[in-house]
Design a protein around this ligand. Sequence first.
Ligand code: UD1
Ligand code: UDP
Length: 381
Amino acid sequence: MIKLVTIIGARPQIIKAAAISRAVKTSFSDKIKEVIVHTGQHYDHNMSAVFFDELKIPKENYNLNVGSASHAVQTAEIMRLFEPILEEEKPQGVLVYGDTNSTLAAALTAAKMHIPVIHVEAGMRSFNKTMPEEINRICCDHISTMLFSPTVTGIENLCREGFSTKAKAPYTINNPLVVHCGDVMYDNSIYFATEAKQKSTILSDLNLSSGEFTLCTIHRDSNTDDADNLNSIFRALLHIAGNHKQKIVIPMHPRTSKVLSQQLQSELAESLEHSSEIQIIEPVSFMDMIVLESECNMIITDSGGVQKESYFFKKPCVILRNETEWVELIEQGTAVIGGTETENIIAAFNRLKSKKLNFPPLFGDGHAAEFICKQIYSAVN
Ligand code: UD1
Ligand code: UDP
């Protein structure tokens, strides 16, 4: 039996961790013991607890309760509180997901204690180092012992940075395993799609008809903290809603809710308030989210995870950023970089609206989590 400590903290990590926890429970319960540490980076019920309940994630063994803070304070606080847990637990590996401050803090803590870091979602790059996530993921990859990349592009990015897919065991921080594994988020979308359709009442709750609404999420700091970008995005959404009589549902991230009233110009705020087409709602559960994704006609987002899910559910996607890590979507033509200029977002929406799209499989076979567990077990054992 090997012991792994899994670090989660932000919403998408809790969702990603569900896939691995499920694989451990169903296929590796005699081989892998998982100890879950929640950093507390996200803490609202609808940003954290709701996912444990519905995705059947085991309750965390530790919660560091770090909450919201500046990057330095949040990262440092996680490191300070995580170190004694690793001293106590003495795991064979620390499993981290994605690119948040929780990811970086846990990886740094473990690597300095000579505990192998296992990075799920390794190799993703936006090539924009003004993004906090780009710094987190580059640093994390370069101190990891096992790097699991969801896409071939991720592997290519790593190879360009000096990694090799030819390393042989024993794997170390100086001789890391680099492997293409598929996407654990795809595992989840497939696994929960049917149950979500049966259980979720979100369409009737919001009075939505299948295929007749657009789903939108916004939370990147480059959009929420930049008044010009945020105004420009909402101007585009109001235009699309008004001119196309298009319902737009926005489950709003708390980061965005907190700044919206200060950032929006008064005439936009007023139009938004009176718009019968745009519905701003609280963040929704994963089951509700995947129903919204599978029943909408278009997704407009700056989220990494929601971009991918647009592909899983075969929906066109306007990306509210100037670049993406998920370049396969652009190459396939299912997603378009809308950026943050009003005209470009509207043009991207119009371009995708009438386009015939194909969604060949790109994100694995729905069993990335089992593959990852198998690789970890044989590498560590
Ligand atoms: C974080 C990640 C980002 C990821 C996102 C997923 C970093 C640097 N960023 O961004 O990569 O895409 O999570 O959602 O790690 N807040 C609440 N309640 C909560 C959580 C946050 O009100 O439960 C508010 C607080 O005002 C907080 C702000 O949201 O200051 C930002 O939260 P934070 O975790 O720092 O960053 P995110 O924008 O959520
Ligand atoms: N998500 C959710 N409810 C919401 C918005 C998003 O369950 O109201 C899910 C979404 O389906 C995806 C993940 O959260 O699985 C994406 O997280 P987020 O957009 O916060 O972060 P990112 O992927 O950009 O890091």
